[in-house]
Design a protein around this ligand. Structure first.
Ligand SMILES: *[C@@H]1O[C@H](CO)[C@@H](O)[C@H](O)[C@H]1NC(C)=O
Ligand SMILES: *[C@@H]1O[C@H](CO)[C@@H](O)[C@H](O)[C@H]1NC(C)=O
Ligand SMILES: *[C@@H]1O[C@H](CO)[C@@H](O)[C@H](O)[C@H]1NC(C)=O
Ligand SMILES: *[C@@H]1O[C@H](CO)[C@@H](O)[C@H](O)[C@H]1NC(C)=O
Ligand SMILES: *[C@@H]1O[C@H](CO)[C@@H](O)[C@H](O)[C@H]1NC(C)=O
Ligand SMILES: *[C@@H]1O[C@H](CO)[C@@H](O)[C@H](O)[C@H]1NC(C)=O
Ligand SMILES: *[C@@H]1O[C@H](CO)[C@@H](O)[C@H](O)[C@H]1NC(C)=O
Ligand SMILES: *[C@@H]1O[C@H](CO)[C@@H](O)[C@H](O)[C@H]1NC(C)=O
Length: 595
């Protein structure tokens, strides 16, 4: 780490309960990219795929110095962005990571959103690994298509809304093609300079979104999520149902705003919560099958199956329920909302990140993670059992493999998943909400480019039966296509009839069209996991004119904590861009969350 010589490294063992450990400094070198033999652990990072490269950014890495024991090997903030080529096959002991110079602040557990239209990666929030809090900035990494790229600070078009946001860590984030979302998270003295409280800080209610095209920020109510509208160390996936996709929230913990170690409770998987950005509606749906134990800090990826299903793979995490760090992989298949447990378990880890890799979208790559001792916050002193902390999982076969195959075949749903649908699983499932069912099985979903709502009583088509048998039977894609066509025709018919009566409280509808099918078009959701994406695609057009103007990062060599003005600007009820003033926010009130 250039110029920084802090005796502390912040190690996120459990995300919300990250602790300060005093890492023994065996010298003043910093290693951003240790050799496979020296690598010990990586944590607090994020991962994204842009084009033919995986980018690994942020967080800390521990490596052996002169053959030091893993338990005494130091953690260092990673001062470069790493990239890994997906053009050729590799194994975790042969693959080489490339270091790309980084001018952005060095932070842990940031929110990452990928804008494939402009081959960029946005990084926001996160916590410092010193006692200092970061400045309120959002940074953008522009990939150059060859495994390199540059960082620059994003000038905010929507400064008013941006300046109101509290910087956090541990939010559940995901994205559509054009918009990033983040639910919850926690704010502490190491994430936002206006907060004095230390870990566990204040849990933030609200669903924040950022429009990559217009630069607009918003923070809508999440009061319908869980007991408090808060979420810590959960995951989110953007799934291709409804008119423009739904956000699905997975695992994590919840707590009243003024969190203590005792108030943080992990959420169970008996139900999952979904959000429809088009209608701003929240839904809950019960699940069945082999549910994972409660979990924080797992990784998740989503992939579309050829039989109209969408599978979400969930690996690892720290679990209160089993009092351990998990090594299991679970699959959640939609629209059945049914879980399956993979017979092939990996190594126990949490705080790792996963992305779908390879053309066929059949494999996921797991990067980094720690195996901390449970909840007593001892440092994860064991070396990662996998070289460089990298693992490859074949999602169709539901097993870990030893190498990455760039030409692996297309993803098909695992056999257990197909069998469940074939045996009428969907017909027998119980929907908790008719409108949600309609979003998933095309009874009367919103279509076209006008906002319309579903009136499930007048428009309920027994499509669950149709879909169930079509998906489950030995019916080819042609037959499914025919069914879908019929449904669409029928729906269009109803749609016109309904036009005048629909409107029940749907706020503005902003079409975010996406190619829902077609192999050439990169489905925007299928590769997005934890704010990352599978492949770059320029098919949606050239650089967008509404792109932010950037100031190239001018801050190399500075200490993170010394950059810029330490105080955020507070603006209340004015719509002018204020001159920055030194006005630290008072701490969030010690209020109790009601209802
Ligand atoms: C990262 O930190 C190490 C140790 O301080 C330093 O040698 C190296 O040049 C730094 N890399 C970059 C890209 O700043
Ligand atoms: C590693 O060992 C070499 C040779 O013994 C020594 O010169 C060097 O200072 C050591 N480095 C550290 C960081 O201890
Ligand atoms: C979003 O709004 C809620 C409710 O006003 C607020 O408590 C929370 O801090 C906001 N989120 C962020 C990230 O600022
Ligand atoms: C909460 O847990 C963390 C991690 O063990 C610890 O550092 C902190 O002191 C605890 N806070 C309280 C209020 O007990
Ligand atoms: C932490 O917990 C593990 C197992 O739960 C135990 O073996 C270990 O001794 C504990 N460490 C400390 C420092 O309490
Ligand atoms: C490489 O990763 C796989 C999981 O994909 C793991 O089973 C294997 O042990 C790893 N190999 C090494 C040498 O770490
Ligand atoms: C679709 O489902 C059927 C019935 O379960 C199955 O036989 C078929 O292999 C599936 N197709 C694909 C491409 O997975
Ligand atoms: C729902 O309709 C869309 C087209 O509007 C189609 O692509 C999709 O396969 C349908 N889903 C189901 C479950 O029938």
């Amino acid at each position: 780490m250039k110029g920084r010589c802090s005796p502390f490294a912040l190690l996120v063992v459990l995300g919300s309960l990250g602790r300060l450990i005093c890492a023994e400094r065996l010298g003043s070198r910093g290693v951003d990219n240790p050799s496979p033999d020296d690598f010990v652990r990586r944590s607090g990072h994020s991962v994204a795929v842009i084009g033919d490269f995986v980018y690994i950014d942020g967080g800390e890495v521990s490596s052996r110095i002169n053959g030091s024991d893993p338990s005494t090997s130091p953690y260092d903030a990673v001062n470069t962005t790493l990239s890994l080529s997906l053009k050729e096959s590799w194994t975790n002991d042969t693959v080489e990571l490339r270091s790309i110079p980084k001018t952005a602040p060095l932070l842990n557990n940031q929110i990452y959103w990928t804008d494939l239209t402009t081959s960029s990666l946005y990084a926001w929030g996160g916590m410092t690994n010193t006692e200092l809090s970061p400045t309120n900035e959002i940074w953008r990494f522009g990939a150059d298509g060859e495994g390199g790229g540059t960082w620059s600070q994003v000038t905010q078009q929507d400064y008013l809304d941006f300046s109101k946001l509290v910087r956090s860590t541990g939010a559940a984030f995901t994205q559509s093609r054009d918009r990033g979302y983040a639910l919850g998270g926690e704010a502490t003295s190491t994430t936002d300079s206006s907060i004095q409280k230390q870990t566990p800080g204040y849990a933030l209610p609200g669903l924040v979104s950022y429009d990559f095209r217009t630069g607009q920020w918003s923070n809508s109510s999440s009061a319908s999520y869980g007991g408090y509208g808060t979420s810590l160390n959960g995951r989110a996936e953007y799934v291709p149902y409804g008119s423009n996709g739904l956000l699905l929230f997975l695992g994590g913990a919840e707590t009243p705003i003024d969190a203590t170690n005792e108030t943080i409770v992990q959420v169970n998987w008996n139900t999952v919560t979904l959000f429809d950005p088009t209608t701003q509606s929240w839904y809950q749906q019960s699940t069945t099958g082999s549910r994972p134990p409660t979990m924080e800090g797992a990784c998740s990826v989503g992939v579309q199956g050829p039989n109209d299903t969408y599978e979400i793979f969930i690996y690892g995490g720290v679990s209160d329920q089993i009092q351990a760090t998990s090594s299991d992989v679970h699959v959640l298949s939609l629209p059945g909302f049914v879980f399956f447990k993979s017979p092939s378990s990996g190594a126990p880890r949490s705080d790792h990140k996963c992305v779908v890799v390879g053309k066929g979208k059949r494999q996921f790559l797991s990067v980094g993670g720690v195996d901390g001792e449970f909840r007593n916050h001892t440092s994860p002193t064991t070396a990662d059992p996998w070289k460089q902390g990298l693992g490859i999982y074949d999602m169709s076969e539901m097993r870990w493999t030893n190498s990455f195959d760039p030409d692996a075949e297309d993803y098909v749903s695992p056999v257990v998943v197909n069998e469940w649908y074939a045996h009428g699983g969907l017909r027998n499932m119980r929907w908790d909400n008719d409108r949600l069912r309609d979003l998933f099985v095309n009874g009367s979903t919103v279509t076209g480019d006008e906002g319309t709502s579903a009136d499930s009583t007048t428009n309920s088509i027994p499509t669950s039966t149709i879909v169930g048998s079509a998906v489950g039977g030995v019916v080819g894609a042609v037959a499914i296509g025919a069914v879908v066509l019929c449904i669409i025709r029928r729906r269009r018919g109803q749609h016109t009839e309904r036009e005048s009566t629909i409107d029940d409280g749907i706020p503005e509808y902003r079409p975010e069209p996406w190619p829902k099918d077609g192999r050439d078009l990169q489905s925007p959701m299928s590769g997005f996991t934890d704010g990352t994406a599978v492949e770059v695609s320029r098919i949606w057009g050239e650089e967008h004119p509404a792109e932010e103007t950037e100031s190239r990062g001018e801050l190399p060599g500075c200490e993170v904590g010394k950059r810029g003005s330490p105080s955020p600007v507070v603006i209340e009820g004015t719509y002018e861009l204020p001159a920055p003033v030194e006005l630290p926010r008072s701490e969030l009130p010690d209020r109790k969350y009601t209802s």
